[in-house]
Write a protein that binds this ligand. Structure first.
Ligand code: NDP
Length: 322
């Protein structure tokens, strides 16, 4: 038996329950991980609320973690008992231990702690694909990035700076503005007190941005489209305020591009997953990116963690420890 946070029905944070769960031996192609730290992500709240449908209930929430391999299923060649490993795309994370497919984990280099790995695998690999694959960010790039002081946001600030790009970040308080600036965000807009479309126009001298990264959804649509230059790319990658409503394609003003990417699709093969993680680890090892674990909760306090995330109280990354 292991302690795990499960949902038996979708709903508010109160549906998160600490259960004792039977853990069978790892199956063929799987390993068991004793988890040392567990990542918290906004996607966990979508799965809990039912915005994103899970295949079956009850379910152990959580997509991300880091720990040690403690048992092996048949046919696993790449890992051994005792290996330090991490992952960021597999449901079942909120637990002391779990089984997981070996082709969805990566070896964890010693320069990266379990806590850092659990805080960054999902969010860091997201920034990597957003900046290197969805759009090729470089020194000429001018981007708008919403929620710049969040988990994904603070990694984005540092990665954008490392690439030499101009990043305009939006945040929901003066404290968050300070944090984004300190992590390398070039221009910061407090979108609770300032009109971000007008500010983007001012900052870009009316030209608009090459790309807008929008994880807010309902509250920033369609204004995010007004921040783009002709032929610019709108990357809608999250729904912190609720989903983007269905819209008429003429709102793309005759030349804009729109995409709705996901980390799962960009790391669908083991090769893609490893290439992405290797680039992230290299940036962390070279100290171009440092991970802010600003909230740490005991596993049993998952409800409080979800309330803090949805209440916009968190900054940087958050983890659970079992
Ligand atoms: P964050 O730490 O960024 O938390 C979300 C932030 O969104 C809040 O802190 C808040 O910042 C902002 N926000 C704006 N409006 C609301 C609202 N109505 N309710 C709650 N928050 C709001 O979370 P993550 O770093 O975990 O994820 C950031 C976003 O990226 C999420 O939307 C997530 O779903 C998405 N994502 C998408 C992935 C993909 O592949 N498609 C992968 C990973 C993440 P502020 O107060 O500054 O506005």
């Amino acid at each position: 038996m292991v302690r795990a946070i499960r949902i038996h029905a979708t709903g508010g944070p109160e549906v998160l329950r600490l259960d004792d769960v039977e853990l069978p031996p790892p199956g063929p192609g799987e390993v068991r991980i004793r988890q040392r730290a567990i990542g918290l992500n906004f996607i966990d709240t979508y799965q809990r609320s039912g915005l994103y449908k899970l295949a079956a209930l009850p379910a152990v929430l959580g997509m991300e973690g880091a720990g040690d391999v403690v048992a092996m299923g048949d046919g696993v060649a790449d890992f051994s008992v005792g290996d330090r490993v991490a992952y960021g795309t597999e449901l079942g994370g909120y637990a002391e231990a779990r089984n997981i497919r070996a082709d969805r984990i990566v070896p964890l280099p010693y320069v990266v702690s379990y806590e850092t790995a659990a805080a960054m695998m999902l969010q860091g690999m997201t920034v990597r694909y957003l900046f290197r694959e969805t759009f090729e960010v470089g020194p000429q790039t001018v981007m708008l990035f919403h929620a710049a002081a969040g988990g994904v946001g603070l990694i984005a600030c540092q990665w954008a700076k490392a690439l030499g790009a101009t990043m305009i970040g939006t945040v929901g308080s003066p404290e968050k503005a300070e944090l984004a600036r300190a992590h390398g965000c070039t221009h910061v807009i407090d979108y609770r007190t300032e009109n971000f479309v007008e500010r983007v126009r001012e900052i870009t001298n009316g030209r608009g941005c090459d790309v807008v990264y929008d994880s807010i959804g309902r509250d920033t649509f369609p204004q995010s489209l007004d921040c783009l230059k002709p032929k610019g790319l709108w990357v809608s990658f999250g729904n912190a305020s609720g989903p983007v409503p269905p819209f008429d394609l003429t709102q793309l003003k005759g030349s804009l591009y729109a995409t709705r990417p996901s980390l799962m699709a960009y790391t669908a093969t083991a090769q893609q997953l490893r290439a992405n993680a290797a680039d992230l680890f290299a940036h962390v090892a070279a100290e171009r990116i440092s991970i802010r674990v600003n909230q740490t909760y005991p596993l049993a306090d998952a409800q409080r963690a979800h309330r803090d995330m949805e209440g916009r109280k968190t900054t940087g990354s958050s983890i659970l420890v079992a």
